[in-house]
Design a binder for this molecule. Structure first.
Ligand SMILES: [Zn+2]
Length: 340
């Protein structure tokens, strides 16, 4: 005969009676030192299990029992064919299944939303300079093969812009290694971008689009901000981490590395990355007595030029679609810079 220990409250006094519960002929038999009662099962109401809290058995006259041993009580109720137990079981199974599903989905979403970028960031700051140099060089070589042409800017002009940029003090003490190079951007027009090794590429078209050198310095400061936070490298890692894992498993990592230049050009900076780079640029410009509005002014002219180019050429080259608007000069960014 199964028995379950319980605490009994008669509903009239606060006194606790230690009792034992047993089943007999479809009724619950309750026995304690100075108490005994017998109630048909269908007259009782049994609370659902809620974590570790004791389950309550309510009697029709207002008395109740508290049972801490859930497993024993379930066995007892099941033996008595208590109808609640099926519903309770289904409900608790259904709840657990749903909860498990929600937790799993949330885990995957969180992993994708925060885990992957966090892993990419971690790797980006751990990679040796040699690896960065390789990625940077192969990307520039790829671009020089046909996408871009040698710059037509006079050497003195290039040197003057480089020198002006080097003269600016960084907004924080930690210097970021970088090198400014110029190219004829051809189809990609007025643009600037930073490669993972610290190379900042500026197109001749961007230089001609600028109304003054402060605007160009603003763009360079923005690219330095991307470099500082290793944005392009992080995007590259994020975009290739799965392919890299597979390649690693198959023992053919070089095939993935060969795709880096294209991947880098297709990648798109997130809004957060743009904001970080703009904030960095604004801080750098401000600390050198230049208004961040200079950058905003060039951005809006770049946007106009981009729109005009799209109108003339129709859809941009698919390979460079992402790259062309990797610097979306949205009104939001322009507004933020003007208020800095
Ligand atoms: Zn940017």
């Amino acid at each position: 005969m199964k028995t379950v220990n319980a605490d009994y409250f008669d509903g009239k006094s606060a006194r606790v009676h230690r009792v034992r519960l047993t089943l007999s002929d479809g009724a619950l038999l309750l026995e304690g030192e100075d108490i005994q009662r017998r109630d048909p099962l269908e007259s009782l109401r049994v609370s659902e299990p809620m974590g570790a809290a004791p389950r309550l058995i309510k009697f029709p006259d207002g008395a109740h029992c508290e049972v801490s041993d859930h497993a024993e009580l379930s066995n007892l109720l099941r033996a008595g064919g208590h109808r609640d137990s099926l519903v309770v079981q289904l409900q608790s199974h259904w709840r657990w299944a749903l909860m498990a599903m929600i937790i799993t989905l949330a885990g995957i979403a969180a992993g994708y939303r925060w885990g992957l970028p966090a892993v990419a960031e971690w790797i980006a700051f751990k990679l040796p300079d040699k690896a960065l140099a390789q990625v940077g060089e192969s990307t520039l070589a790829f671009l020089d093969k046909g996408v871009m042409m040698p710059s037509e800017l006079p050497r003195e002009r290039q040197k003057a812009l480089r020198t002006a940029f080097e003269k600016l003090s960084a907004p924080d003490d930690k210097e970021v290694g970088h090198e400014v190079v110029f190219r004829n951007g051809k189809a990609i027009g007025a643009n600037a971008f930073a490669l993972p090794d610290g190379t900042i590429v500026v197109t001749d078209q961007l230089v001609s689009l600028a109304k003054n050198d402060q605007e160009i310095l603003g763009v360079l400061a923005h690219e330095l901000g991307h470099l500082k936070r290793r944005h392009s490298l992080r995007m590259l890692i994020q975009g290739s981490i799965v392919a890299f894992g597979v390649a690693w498993y198959l023992g053919d990592v070089s095939s993935v590395a060969a795709g880096f230049p294209t991947l880098l050009l297709q990648a798109r900076y997130s809004r957060d990355h743009e904001r970080e780079a703009d904030d960095y640029a604004a801080a750098m410009l401000n600390s050198n007595g230049i208004s961040p509005s200079r950058l905003a002014e060039l951005l809006s002219r770049m946007e106009e030029a981009y729109a005009a180019r799209q109108k003339n050429q129709g859809e941009p080259d698919a390979n460079f679609g992402g790259y062309l608007d990797s610097h979306p000069a949205t009104s939001e960014r322009i507004k933020a810079l003007e208020s800095e």
